[in-house]
Design a protein around this ligand. Sequence first.
Ligand code: ZN
Length: 50
Amino acid sequence: MKPFHKCPVCGGELVEKEVEKLLRGGKHTAVIKVRAEVHSPRGPCAPHPI
Ligand SMILES: [Zn+2]
């Protein structure tokens, strides 16, 4: 559990998002789902790298 949901850069609101990531190994391709924290579209600042 992560209580911190504020952008460390600008203090804006962060939301948790599930993104799909493609893993390639030889002939096999696997799709894994990872959680990433991204800027809320309602955030006060424009999206930027965290
Ligand atoms: Zn920010």
